[in-house]
Structure formats: C-alpha cells, structure tokens
Design a protein around this ligand. Structure first.
Ligand code: C2E
Ligand code: MG
Ligand code: MG
Length: 628
C-alpha cells in the first residue's frame, strides 16, 4: 500500500459507511485501484466493521482517459488549421470549433444545431454516411475520408476528414470530425497526375493515358455495337530534322505534328505521343472502318505539308500510319501492336502512307525482324558481296567505270537484292557498318584494277546512304579507307540519293565540301525521284547527275518526257555536271539519249551488274582490242 489515503482508513473505521480509494499492490506485484467501504455493525454486542474492497482499476482507467481526452480535445480545437466538429448520428452539429469561421466562412455558433449534411456536397454525402456507419462499429478507431463542403461564399472546398465515434464518451457525446482543407493539395495532386499522364513537350496524352483510355474504350465496345480503332503514326525522316536543324527545331515540329493530328480528329478522340516521333490516335464509337481510314488518310496528307520552323525555314517530313480496327467479335487483340505492325508495312511500302492491319502482316513483320538479325550475322560472316555494273560513254561506247552494288548470299533464302534489305539496314542503323564494308571493299577492288588496267579502268561508284552522311565521323572514315586501300581518290565516286538530302541543304553542303576536298567525286543518284528543284542543284558540289530509271523508261515513246529530260540535261551541262542515264534496257532509249547529248549510259542493255571476274574479263578484252 503506497496510497497516502491508507492511514485514514483505520481512523475513520468507526464512522458510518464511507468509501475510500487507495492503491494496492497485489501479490503478483500488479498495482490495482481499490475502493474500500467500511460498514459498521453490531456483532454479539461488539462494534464490528465490515470492510469491502472493490477493484476499481478499470473504472479509474476510464476516468483518467476521459480527463486526458478532454485535454487532447481542447488542444485539437485550438488548432486553427483544422476544424473540429462534433455531430450526432443524424449529422446535427453539437459543437463547432471557432476555426470554422476562417476555414468555411461560417460563424461557429451559427452552425451548431444545423445538419452538417446541408453543407456536404451531394456526391460526397454517401461517404459521410458510410463513415458514420463504420465508426459506430469500431468506436475507438479513426477513419479518414474526403468530402467537399460548401464555403459560405458558395464555392466548394475539398476536405480531408478524420473522424471517430465518441458518442459513448461523456466528455464528447458525438462523432468527432477533424476537418482539414486540402483544396490546394488536391490541385497540386491533379497537376501531378496530369503530368504523369501528359506528354510534357506536346501537351498531348502520353502512353500511360492512351493505354488507359484504350482499355476503357475496349470495355465499352464489348458492351456496345460500335467499334474502336487505333492509328499508329510514325514520322518519316524525322531524325534528319533533329540532325540538321537541331533538337529545338525537332521539338517544334513534334508540337506542330500533334496539333495537325488533333485538327484531323473529332472532339472525343484521343491523340497521344507515345515517345520519340511516334504518335497514336484512339477513335471510339465508329460504325465502320472507313471512318478510321479517312482519318488516317487525312493525317498522312496533313503531315506531308511543309513545316515552318521558328527561323522561317521549311522542312518536309511525312507520316507512315498503321490502322487497326476492332469490333465486339475480337476485342482481345492488341490493337496498338497491330497498328504498329501495319505502320511498319506502310514504311516498307514507301512511307508517307497508311495501311490497314490484316493478320498476314504479322508474318511479314516477323520475317522483317528476322532479316535484320540475319543481316547482322551477314556482316560478320562472308555472306555479303559486291557486283559491279559497268557504265559506258554513249558517244564512243568506251567503258567509263563501274558501280558497286551490294548483294547478300543468304544461307536459306539464297541471293537477296538490296531493295529487300537496304531500307531495313537504314532503319536499324546497320547501314553504317554495311556501308563502311562496301566502301572499303570497293576501294580495294578499284585499287587492284587501277594497278592492272591503268586508265582503261575508269571510276568506281559507291552508293552512300544518307544515314552515313549524317554521321559526324563519316568524312574521316572515308579518308581512312582511301588511305588504307591506297586507291586514287579521283577514281572514287560517291553516289548519294537525291530524295532526303535535298531538304537539308545547310548541313549537307559542308559535309559534301569536305568529301570533295578528299579528292573524290560526287554523284546525285536517282535524280527526279526526290523533292529537289533544279535550282537546288547549283548549290551542291556535285560532279555527276544520274537520271532515275523512271524518267528513262518512257523516253523512246512519244510524249513530254523527252522535253523534260532535255531540260534536265541542259541545266546539268550549264552547271558543269556529267549526266548518266540509269536503267537503259532498249536500243531506242540509248539512241534518244545520245541525241539529247547525255554523256554516260548504265543499264541492262549494256550489262547487268556482274562479278569482279566478269569486269576483269571486259577490261582484258578492251586492252586486247586496243593492242590489235
Ligand atoms: P541505284 O544506286 O540506283 O542502283 C542502280 C540499280 O538499278 C541497281 O539495282 C541496278 O541493278 C539496277 N539497274 C541497272 N540497270 C538496270 C536496267 O536496265 N533495268 C533495271 N530494271 N534495273 C537496272 P540494285 O543492285 O538492285 O540496287 C538497288 C539500289 O540499292 C541501288 O540503286 C542503291 O540505291 C541501293 N544499293 C545497292 N548497293 C548499295 C550499297 O552498297 N549501299 C547503299 N547505301 N545502297 C545500295
Ligand atoms: Mg547508285
Ligand atoms: Mg540510281
């Protein structure tokens, strides 16, 4: 017994029944609260006392807790940031802390007696009721929920409410709600969420949001009769914008692309940037695939129009679009993947176009991917080889040189022509290694023929991909190969396809100038297939112009084609360019070109691309003829 009230007990023993509390240590060492009451009575004419000790530990605990909670309660109420409201089960406010005036604009006293549900947003009142139901079943635990409350100025504020049931607690007698304004936090959270679902550059949806929308659209399409379509958009030649005009210009183009795509769509459709130069469109509630097709065609048209950069210059790119389309019968397909496959097919069929997905495409696609892997091996093993197609001077018939053309002896497919793999090599970047191999191989061969045949062997032409030109180390690489092989640089002609490079005048010209300083000559290949205007030609340091086969094809038939070729040849002559006609197959074409004063001829009429041994044979014969 360590309670100071203990000594009082015996002293008061003679008094009438009275309760005394004391603390008592039990035999087990536990301290309990005891209430002792003494009851005097007469026993066999003696004063006697009945002492009853009652364990009141639990009761004392409750009372102490109540005192504590009152204190806590007071301190909570005085916290100005939060608002304490005590309500009854029917939401009648029985206490309201003064902070209410700052937080909600109401006079605290005025709120007491009203129903809290009056100022709770209709959509959130269920939450309040759910809280009341839950809190009653678990009295001592706090529950958190969010609800909008109407401010005195009639605006809605969002609150986080921590509530618990204290109805059994005499000091409280209701449900205590600790209410905190989180409107600002909500705004911030929304911003963060937006950011997480938004492409920062274009402001469009990002991949995450796109996939989310798609999922919902597919769920709806299972229920309804309408269909969902996905357009997968990949820009053509976008890399060249970045490389030649800088990343800021590239970003600018991406933003404009986003706007143009958006302008093609209806309001409910979703445009997303999936990353890099890939965009996707989700079209919902369409009755037929033609709607999606029309949109795809519009997108292709819009993107093919020139983009104006901030410095006023223009760039032209394109878009390859794949379309996949779903209806309720096959809602489990991966629409994005299918659209992606269709997009790839659009690329391989010439870019700046759209294709609708069909199941056969998957097989074609798998074969393409396999091709790239195989090509990688081909570069390591001796599967690649060169053929050489000779060129001849039209006026004299003399051999002027050869063009190196790569071929691939595929272990399973046999001979594969460049049309089947150059584009894939360019996309995958393998073209860099491949191009280097071709150039060094061709230079070595040229050096050998130069030694053996002297001037009888003319020039060696090598095709260069634009991707190679864009490599900062390209000029150095060419210089290295020229040095290593010991070939006379003036014998080497680098052929560059007209199409892409013409748009990138400013960045391409310095590279071409550097190449010329190495002593090599430059040819513009496939002239007439690109976007170039003849006036551009004057700005480039080309030596040779190769007219594309497509112009030559109809030259022996009546029509305007002849006049066009005549004009090209005349301008080329003014600019001091040597003119080569590609793809001559008929004698009539050769005659016509001779009349038009075209210098050089290349085509099956004269020779197919052949092995180095066959070229050597030609040169040998030439020498014998001259000797005879
Ligand atoms: P290109 O540079 O315009 O080469 C001429 C192509 O036309 C060659 O096709 C040649 O075989 C073909 N050709 C020549 N005369 C005739 C003819 O009279 N009739 C027909 N129908 N075709 C003719 P090939 O060898 O299939 O090469 C196609 C293209 O692949 C080349 O076009 C070139 O752009 C590219 N290529 C070839 N080798 C390489 C290479 O090593 N590197 C790069 N980057 N591209 C290459
Ligand atoms: Mg060529
Ligand atoms: Mg060509």
């Amino acid at each position: 017994p360590d309670d100071e009230t203990l000594p009082a007990v015996p002293g008061r023993a003679s008094l009438a029944s009275e309760a005394v509390e004391w603390r008592h240590r039990t035999i087990g060492g536990r301290i309990i609260d005891v209430e002792i009451t003494s009851h005097p009575f007469q026993f066999e004419s003696h004063d006697a006392m009945l002492v009853v000790a009652l364990d009141i530990t639990e009761r004392k605990r409750v009372i102490r807790a109540l005192a504590d909670s009152e204190e806590r309660f007071r301190s909570l109420v005085q916290n100005a940031c939060d608002m304490i409201t005590v309500i009854r089960a029917d939401t009648t406010v029985i206490y309201q802390s003064p902070s209410c005036e700052v937080i909600l604009g109401y006079d605290a006293a005025g709120l007491v007696g009203r129903m809290l549900s009056e100022i709770v947003h209709a959509e959130d009142s269920d939450r309040l009721l759910a809280f009341l139901a839950l809190a009653t079943t678990k009295p001592s635990t706090a529950t958190t929920f969010e609800a909008r409350l109407r401010h005195f100025d009639d605006t809605w504020r969002t609150f986080e409410i921590v509530g618990s049931d204290h109805t059994a607690d005499p000091a409280v007698g209701g449900f205590v709600l600790n209410t905190r304004d989180i409107s600002e936090r909500k705004v911030l959270e929304q911003q963060l969420r937006d950011q997480a679902f938004q492409d920062a550059l274009t402001g469009l949806a990002n991949r995450a949001r796109f996939m989310d929308r798609l999922e919902h659209a597919l769920e709806r399409s299972v229920r309804g009769p309408d269909s969902v379509a996905v357009l997968f958009i990949d820009l053509d030649n976008f890399k060249s914008v970045n490389d030649t005009h800088g990343h800021a210009a590239g970003d600018n183009v991406l933003i404009q692309v986003g706007q143009r795509v958006q302008n093609c769509l209806r309001t409910g459709d979703t445009v997303a940037r999936l990353g890099g130069d890939e965009f996707a469109v989700l079209i919902e509630d369409i009755a037929t695939s033609e709607v999606a097709e029309r949109l795809a065609s519009r997108v292709v048209d819009e993107i093919s129009k020139a983009f104006v950069l901030s410095d006023g210059s223009e760039v032209t790119i394109g878009a390859s679009v794949g379309v996949s389309f779903i209806n309720e019968q096959d809602a489990t397909r991966d629409l994005v993947q299918d659209a992606d496959v269709a997009m790839y097919i659009a690329k391989t069929r010439g870019k700046s176009r759209y294709e609708i997905y069909n199941a056969d495409m998957h097989t074609a696609m798998a074969q393409k991917l396999e091709l790239v892997a195989d090509l990688q091996h081909a570069l390591e093993k001796p599967e690649l080889f060169l053929e050489y197609q000779p060129t001849f001077r039209l006026s004299t018939g003399e051999l002027t040189g050869v063009e190196a053309l790569v071929r691939w002896q595929h272990p399973k497919r046999g001979r594969v022509m460049p049309a089947a793999f150059i584009a894939r090599a360019e996309e995958s970047g393998l073209i860099l290694a491949l191009g280097r191999w071709v150039l060094s191989m061709a230079c070595r061969q040229a050096r050998q023929w130069q030694m053996r045949y002297g001037d009888d062997f003319g020039s060696m032409s090598v095709n260069i991909s634009v991707r190679q030109l864009q490599q900062p180390t390209f000029v150095e690489e060419v210089a290295d190969i020229l040095r290593e092989t010991g070939v006379d640089p003036s014998r080497i002609v680098l052929e560059i396809t007209e199409s892409v490079m013409m748009q990138e005048v400013d960045s391409t010209i310095p590279v071409l100038d550097s190449l010329k300083r190495l002593g090599v000559r430059l040819a513009i290949d496939d002239f007439g297939t690109g976007y170039s205007s003849l006036s551009y030609l004057a700005r480039y340091p080309f030596d040779i112009l190769k007219i594309d086969k497509s112009f030559i094809d109809g030259i022996d038939e009546p029509g305007n084609q002849v006049e066009l070729i005549r004009a090209i040849i005349e301008i080329a002559k003014v600019l001091g360019l040597e003119v080569v006609a590609e793809g001559i197959e008929r004698e009539a074409q050769a005659m016509q070109l001779r009349d038009l004063t075209c210098d050089i001829a290349q085509g099956f009429l004269f020779s197919q691309p052949v092995s180095p041994a066959a070229i050597a044979e030609m040169l040998d014969r030439l020498r014998e003829n001259l000797a005879a």
